[in-house]
Ligand binder design. Structure first.
Ligand code: ADP
Ligand code: MG
Length: 140
């Protein structure tokens, strides 16, 4: 498999509980390298734009409120098949359905407050990385 890049977000439920380091240790242990990183307080407009694909979903408004409820850490991960690898380490969206040992199984509070985001395709990864990072901020 090729070396890929993907966008990862540590969500407000996790920054609030001081889990940034433990989550990133799990990502690194899975062979993913953090090649760009910043901590941000998203505005409502930024959160709505990032999750625009979900704007028709019933959970959209609550999701946006959750994503602006505290700081997030946005980061670019690089590694072999990074998009799928990150999704595997994250676990299922609903922590009740997430596999043992995954980040969401270990740390998520609910299907909404599920600690991490990960791009779901290489194409979306490129768009999502471009949403948060300039090329000069990514050092592979
Ligand atoms: P994933 O983050 O696993 O790719 P989705 O892209 O389907 O999941 O959803 C984006 C985010 O919206 C989820 O990570 C979660 O925070 C929230 N979400 C998804 N489904 C629900 C739901 N049924 N109720 C509340 N929040 C949800
Ligand atoms: Mg998704």
């Amino acid at each position: 498999m090729a070396i890929e890049r993907t966008l990862s977000i540590i969500k407000p439920d996790a920054t609030r509980r001081n889990l940034t380091g433990r989550i990133n240790a799990a990502l690194e242990a899975a062979g993913l390298c953090i090649i760009a990183q910043k901590r941000l307080q998203l505005t409502r407009g930024q959160a709505e734009a990032f999750y625009a694909v979900h704007r028709e979903r019933g959970f959209f408004h609550d999701l946006v409120n959750f994503m602006i409820s505290g700081p997030v850490v946005v980061q670019v991960l690089e590694g072999e098949g990074a998009v799928a690898r990150n999704r595997e380490v994250m676990g299922a969206t609903d922590p009740a359905k997430a596999a043992e040992g995954t980040i969401r199984k270990l740390f998520a509070e609910s299907i909404e407050a599920n600690s991490v985001h990960g791009s779901d395709s290489a194409e979306n990864a490129a768009t999502e990385i471009g949403f948060f990072f300039a090329a000069i901020e990514i050092v592979g």
